[in-house]
Design a protein around this ligand. Sequence first.
Ligand SMILES: Nc1ncnc2c1ncn2[C@@H]1O[C@H](COP(=O)(O)OP(=O)(O)OP(=O)(O)O)[C@@H](O)[C@H]1O
Ligand SMILES: Nc1nc2c(ncn2[C@@H]2O[C@H](COP(=O)(O)O)[C@@H](O)[C@H]2O)c(=O)[nH]1
Length: 198
Amino acid sequence: MQGPRPVVLSGPSGAGKSTLLKKLLKDYENIFGFSVSHTTRQPRPGEVNGKDYHFVTREEMQKEIDAGEFIEHAEFSGNMYGTSKGAVQAVQAQNQICVLDIDIQGVKNIKRTDLNPIYISVQPPSIDILEKRLRDRKTETEESLLKRLTAARVDLELSKEPGLFDLVIINDDLEKAYSELKEVLLEEIKKTQESRKS
Ligand SMILES: Nc1ncnc2c1ncn2[C@@H]1O[C@H](COP(=O)(O)OP(=O)(O)OP(=O)(O)O)[C@@H](O)[C@H]1O
Ligand SMILES: Nc1nc2c(ncn2[C@@H]2O[C@H](COP(=O)(O)O)[C@@H](O)[C@H]2O)c(=O)[nH]1
């Protein structure tokens, strides 16, 4: 695929991927673009269809998967999630750095494609802190929270695989984590800014 190298942000649910991503999209408005995933989960208050996710039914999503319209897809915590080819193409058509927020199954599936992103895992300082953040976020039922914590333990184990991620960021202090994220992306940011001048 053409244009700047995409970025994959992965890591357990509640680790802070969206928080970091929102800061990045705000500070570098025209440089980064978000790959809007599809999901079968229900929208949370404030989430906008087509902006945060494409909220679809299982049937709709399966039909598009069968038609070959997805780069990757996975089942996470009882719902389907996936990155469509169109989601990435829409960002790349703007010559923006495409950022994908995906789980670790998605990371493994993207590795089999020619997307060639920078892989970053955002991790919590501990499982206890992760649980507190998820509880404080108030988006989960007790059942989905427990599922997410189980998935988080698996994620943290799998992410130890050598070479799977280019960078692991421990999101303890948010500003420090954000600085680390910006630093690893600096080269791509500069290249994209330069290409805008020519
Ligand atoms: N460094 C931090 N210190 C304290 N709280 C944080 C920090 N980073 C994020 N949070 C809070 O933790 C909660 C989870 O963060 P966020 O929603 O960004 O996680 P996520 O990785 O995107 O989760 P998901 O994968 O479920 O979308 C949010 O309420 C957020 O405000
Ligand atoms: N494999 C994929 N994982 C995705 C995608 N979009 C989001 N996600 C991951 O799902 C969980 C839960 O997200 P939430 O919004 O319900 O909290 C989280 O880890 C995301 O990174 C996708 O397209 N493919």
